[in-house]
Design a binder for this molecule. Structure first.
Ligand code: PMP
Length: 408
């Protein structure tokens, strides 16, 4: 992989969306936690696919179908390399993190028995809570959780007590989307394994910020979304260890996931196809392959250092505004700044920021239990990516000051 030099102007030039204005203001995009913008190389790859390569995969003998199949499988290998999976068939294409977690909840869930326990945390995105509650209701399982502390870290000291001989799976976010907390995944996974508990890591907010190596972490499952790592929407991947994926039955039936079908019975296909029923998002998978190849060209240490600088600068600047409370002050934190301003509604602030070209997100960020914990309805969240700049943070802080003056 060729290392790309970390030149912010050259990086920004690759993103057509970032060149726009909102009215008379330059667009300042600080909603990266929700989705990232797409570099031209990814947009061009999708264009090329639909212009020159479009065909259904795996079942065709003709020229286009072969090209399309080769490129789809090449994308799987790109993702394998990106997360350092041992085998490419341990990478299952999904529609995103939510889809990957639901797959594990349903398919791993069928292996569980009444009274078994799933451990999650109070910090989770709804997509790492609801699927467990659904399978728990269906199978008579118990869902327990690691509680949140005031600074936005989890109370991992309670892990030993909460892990019992019945805890079959621990599922937690690598990085919190509403508070930015980075969880000490490797250490936690090791502890869970010593209890015989499997671990699912929700990597929706981590892969775009730092290197994630599934073999080093030793997680059993890892789910992520393409659209947050500079790829298309509607595509993502689930990593699972080969033996576990082989043990689990599929939950979606249809084309491609079968070896043979008769009117009486079906023999399932091997990995990874067993879990990929129907025509997949072929262009999306190929675009995602391009996105992770592009991202792998950067030095992650440089990305992390730069994003840390952006976060420190923004945190410092926002503290100069009267009445600001920051939510999430974990020692190890990703570039997410969640805050409120005393007496002001987050939605009003978001709207006035938008009128000045600044894109932030307001609300509960699909983490209602986190908001309940702090006794607030939601926050204003600015989430930074390595294509953002300190100058944009200055524009944001000035716009925020203006908004506060107008509302107070
Ligand atoms: N988990 C986390 C931590 C997230 O931030 C998100 C997206 N906000 C998801 C899961 C769900 O991702 P998607 O909607 O792409 O499936």
């Amino acid at each position: 992989m060729v290392e790309t030099s970390f030149d912010i102007e050259l990086i920004r030039a690759q993103f057509p969306t970032l060149q726009q204005k909102v009215g008379k203001y330059p667009l300042v995009y600080f909603d990266n936690g929700a989705t990232s913008q797409k570099p031209k190389v990814v947009i061009d790859r999708l264009d090329q696919y639909y212009k020159l390569e479009n065909a259904n995969i795996h079942r065709g003998v003709h020229y286009l179908s072969q090209i399309s199949t080769d490129n789809y499988e090449k994308a799987r290998k790109s993702i394998q390399a990106f997360i350092n999976a041992k085998h490419d068939h341990e990478v299952i294409f999904t529609s995103g993190t939510t889809d990957g977690i639901n797959l594990v909840a349903q398919c791993f869930g069928t292996l569980l028995e009444k009274g078994d326990e799933i451990l999650i945390t109070e910090l989770e995105h709804h997509s790492n809570i609801v699927p467990w509650q659904m399978i728990a209701a269906e199978k008579g399982l118990l869902v327990k959780y690691i509680p949140l502390l005031e600074n936005g870290e989890l109370d991992w000291d309670q892990l030993d007590e909460l892990l019992t001989e019945k805890t079959k799976l621990l599922a937690f976010a690598h990085v919190s989307n509403s508070l930015g907390t980075i969880n000490p995944a490797k250490e936690i996974i090791k502890k869970a394994h010593s209890n015989g508990t499997k671990v699912l890591l929700d990597a929706a907010q981590s892969l775009q910020h730092f290197k994630v190596d599934v073999q080093d972490l030793d997680c059993d499952f890892l789910a992520f979304s393409g659209h947050k790592v500079f790829g298309p929407t509607g595509i993502g991947a689930l990593y699972g260890k080969e033996d576990l994926l082989n043990e689990m039955p599929p939950y979606k039936g249809g084309g491609d996931m079968i070896k043979t079908v008769s009117m009486e019975k079906t023999e399932y296909n091997e990995l990874p196809f067993k879990f990929e029923a129907g025509t997949p998002h072929i262009a999306g998978a190929i675009g995602l392959g391009t996105a992770v190849d592009w991202l792998s060209g950067f030095n992650y240490n440089e990305i992390q250092q730069y994003e840390d600088e952006l976060l420190s600068y923004a945190t410092e600047q926002i503290k100069t505004i009267d009445g600001v409370t920051i939510y999430g002050e974990a020692k190890n934190k990703s570039s997410i700044l969640s805050f409120l301003i005393e007496g002001l509604h987050p939605y009003d602030i978001g709207t006035l920021l938008n009128q000045q070209g600044i894109a932030v997100r307001t609300g509960h960020h699909c983490t209602q239990p986190v908001m309940d914990h702090f006794g607030i309805p939601g926050t204003i969240r600015a989430s930074f990516c390595f294509y953002n700049t300190k100058e944009e943070i200055d524009l944001f802080i000035n716009a925020l000051k203006k908004a506060v003056d107008m509302l107070k």
